[in-house]
Design a protein around this ligand. Structure first.
Ligand code: AMP
Ligand code: GLY
Length: 424
């Protein structure tokens, strides 16, 4: 088989690494890919959001599957267009990707089907939203814009004036464009966060190993929210009891709800969960693999990923037994200094071999390019330094030992990935 993977970050490198292990895969293409990915896949300079360009590329390459990994092309309907052109795909159609594309949609779905989530109201009128927040008088207040916003569309306001400013920035100042023309104001929840990615063919849902992201830029969860500074799997907070509860009250009901709405979800559904004192609740759905969750989950997958893709495409996931390693995995993200705000790129990365790898850990490339045979930084998140161990402690110590041998100017990483989980 030949497979085209859409995207060019650490998540896509992890997906491509899993594909490259399949004896069923002959060739891998990536668009746009990155420096590290180019060692496993032939890269084509087509943007992940360029739907016409991607359909044209698929017609030229004739892959057996197109794996659409990022959120924007899924929400824009890339899978629909590829299917119309006769290609097999991995990823939901636009009418199911709306689960991530619109928080107003996903909150209404959860309300209608009794899926546990934070209580909420939606608004398009700023004065009404501000009046509601004032009357509720409960802080922190959580304000989210409806659409995709590069992970920045959620504001946790600690008092009335912050909440009012958030509402105004979204509904009046158009800070998030069309994504912020409707907002959700919701209850603030507390408890540990867990990510569960799940394979689903629209009828059956098979959860993967749980994981824990570290979203803030600095140690001790300080600094701005980022795309994710590191991950571990499994997440020790996700006990057998929570697992059962989530399967019965959240995972199966969500898949059944989407089916009942005529929006069967095929692909990977990301459940962002909070284990609150009143039970597990959904923080958000994403219509795709998480980044950097994928970097710690897929290395533990023992079943051939192409067999899973076939079972999803042919809607027979029910009959497939998916096997996982019982080891642990940890990923430490090395980012450009200044990320998630302003940062410089084009820095030479040292400590990598000619394949962009290290003998101490597996290196997923998020933002790199190759120039004159050297790996250079080309994005905010640069590398996901990833190791497997018999337990979390050994996975973390291997990953950090590798981090110590890699450097580039102004490199920044967190020193406390997995620390909280170790102390549990
Ligand atoms: P999201 O982009 O929806 O995942 O939100 C980003 C982060 O904001 C989440 O990972 C949570 O830490 C936090 N968050 C979102 N919604 C809530 C909520 N209702 N209560 C508490 N924290 C929240
Ligand atoms: N790591 C969070 C996300 O992929 O949205």
């Amino acid at each position: 088989m030949n497979i085209l993977v859409v995207g060019g970050g650490g998540r896509e490198h992890a997906i491509i690494t899993a594909l490259s292990k399949s004896p069923r895969v002959d060739g891998i293409y990536a668009a746009p890919g990155n420096g590290g990915i180019s060692k496993l896949a032939e890269c084509f300079p087509v943007k992940a959001t360029d739907i016409d360009g991607m359909v044209e590329l698929a017609k030229k390459l004739k892959p057996d599957y197109v794996f659409v990994a990022p959120d924007d092309p899924l929400v824009l309907g890339m899978v629909d267009r590829l299917n119309e052109a006769g290609f097999r795909t991995f990823g939901p159609k636009a009418n199911a990707a709306v689960l991530e594309g619109s928080k107003v949609f996903s909150k209404a779905l959860m309300k209608k089907y009794d899926i546990p989530t934070a209580a909420y109201e939606t608004f398009t009128d700023a004065d009404k939203a501000v009046a509601y927040i004032k009357e509720r008088n409960s802080y922190p207040a959580v304000i989210k814009c409806d659409g995709l916003a590069l992970g920045k569309g959620v504001i946790i306001a600690k008092d009335f004036s912050e909440a009012e400013a958030a509402v105004r920035s979204m509904l009046l100042d158009g800070k998030f464009g069309k994504s912020g023309s409707e907002i959700v104001v919701e209850e603030f929840m507390t408890g540990p966060e867990v990510t569960v990615l799940a394979f689903t063919d629209g009828k059956t849902v098979k959860p993967m190993i749980s994981s824990m992201d570290h979203k803030r830029a600095y140690d001790n969860d300080e600094g701005l929210n980022t795309g994710g500074m590191g991950t571990i799997a499994p997440n020790p907070r996700y006990t057998e009891d929570f697992k059962k509860e989530c399967e019965e009250k959240i995972f199966k009901p969500t898949i059944a709800a989407m089916q009942a709405e005529g929006r069967p979800f095929k692909g990977c559904l990301y459940f962002g969960l909070m284990l609150t004192p009143n039970g597990a609740k959904v923080i958000e759905y994403n219509c795709r693999f998480g980044d950097p969750e994928t970097q710690v989950v897929l290395p533990l997958l023992e079943t051939d990923i192409v067999d899973i893709m076939d079972a999803i495409w042919e809607e027979r996931l029910d009959g497939l037994d998916i096997k996982w390693s019982d080891k642990s995995c940890a990923c430490v993200v090395m980012a450009s200094g200044g990320y998630p705000e302003k940062y410089e790129t084009g820095k030479v990365i040292s400590g990598l071999d000619e394949n962009g790898q290290s003998d101490k850990a597996y290196i997923y490339h998020a933002g790199t390019k190759i120039e004159d045979g050297k790996f250079l930084t080309s994005g905010g998140r640069v590398l996901g330094v990833t190791a497997i161990g018999n337990d979390l402690r050994s996975a973390l110590s291997k990953a950090y030992a590798a981090v110590d041998t890699i450097s580039f100017e102004k490199a920044h990483y967190r020193n406390d990935i997995g620390k909280r989980a170790l102390n549990d």
